[in-house]
Ligand binder design. Structure first.
Ligand SMILES: NC(=O)c1ccc[n+]([C@@H]2O[C@H](COP(=O)([O-])OP(=O)(O)OC[C@H]3O[C@@H](n4cnc5c(N)ncnc54)[C@H](OP(=O)(O)O)[C@@H]3O)[C@@H](O)[C@H]2O)c1
Length: 276
């Protein structure tokens, strides 16, 4: 079978957790021929992902870094380009949340969400672009359904993801005719440890939507890298509801209580399955 990414140089951020979207994406890219650098803070976690990819016959390397500073973003792109002799693919996947009502969350935590989820991908995209332009490369930004509908209890997260979507849509216009593809992937809830951190503060509404697997999201990311579509929402139905709720806040308020009841039941079942 032809491999879609043979000989390509790829960078995936936020790929240190074996059950995360970034690791699933790195595995799939490597299985299809890409040489992949995985980046995040946890060096041991990254090495475990790299080891698994190499044992499966793939080519991968790790860069341990905290992407909340401009210097770290600059160093990551420079080191990846050097190690892999160029860059064809950037997947901006690293992300964090600081859940809870705004006045109950530390101000510095709100700022960190914007720094990691919005400023870092903006910087990494800008720094990667000269390399991607010369090789007709591709970028995927991992946003969220929270960037399609404002989620109370996740205000900074929603702001970071809608910001990332609009940065990308604007940049797409600028890049028209250059051959560089740039897309947004906006998942609903995904079965990773991300959604289980601080579960008491995950809005019940989030669990009202069908849960995707990290592998399904990774498949969507790879599809976007190939066809360069503007945005892929996973699952599509979730996005339709989110956009309707965002455009018509009164509709959202009318249907939210029943969705929250359904979400609360699904959340309890999910936490029980995960032993939480
Ligand atoms: N799970 C969901 O329900 C869901 C839904 C929609 C969108 N998303 C988005 O999908 C992306 C991946 O999420 P996931 O579910 O796979 O979460 P995850 O398993 O918690 O992965 C997050 C990754 O980001 C890395 N990271 C966190 N802080 C970092 C920092 N300061 N510098 C560099 N890397 C950092 C983490 O590694 P270290 O801790 O080692 O740094 C980890 O590898 C995120 O952007 C998230 O917003 C997730």
């Amino acid at each position: 079978m032809a491999r879609r990414f043979d000989g390509k140089s790829a960078l995936v951020t936020g790929a240190s957790l074996p059950d995360g979207i970034g690791a699933a994406c790195a595995r799939q890219l490597a299985a299809e021929g890409a040489r992949v650098t995985v980046a995040a803070r946890d060096a041991d976690g990254l090495e475990a992902v790299v080891k698994e990819i190499r044992e499966a016959g793939g080519d991968a390397g790790a860069r341990a870094t905290d992407l909340r500073t401009p210097e770290a973003c600059e160093a990551l792109i420079a080191e990846t380009v050097l190690a892999q002799e160029g860059l064809d693919i950037l997947v901006n996947n690293a992300g964090m949340n600081a859940r809870g009502p705004v006045c109950e969350v530390e101000a510095r935590d709100l700022a960190a969400v914007i720094q990691l989820n919005l400023v870092a991908p903006v910087m990494l995209t800008r720094l990667a672009l000269p390399h991607l332009r010369s090789r007709l490369g591709a970028v995927v930004q991992v946003a969220s359904i929270a960037g399609q509908i404002p989620l109370d209890g996740e205000a900074a997260y929603s702001a970071s993801k809608v910001g990332l979507r609009f940065f990308t849509f604007a940049l797409r216009e600028e890049l028209e005719g250059t051959g560089v593809r740039i897309s947004v992937v906006s998942p609903g809830p995904v079965d990773t440890s991300f959604i289980l951190q601080d579960p008491d503060h995950v809005p019940d509404l989030v669990f009202a939507q069908p849960m995707s697997s990290p592998a399904e999201v990774a498949e969507g990311i790879l599809a976007c890298l190939v066809d360069g579509r503007r945005e892929l929402s996973i699952p599509r139905r979730t996005s339709l509801l989110a956009r309707l709720g965002s455009a018509f806040p009164s509709l959202r308020h009318a249907i939210a209580p029943s969705m929250e009841r359904r979400g609360a039941a699904r959340k309890a079942a999910h936490l029980a399955r995960r032993g939480r």
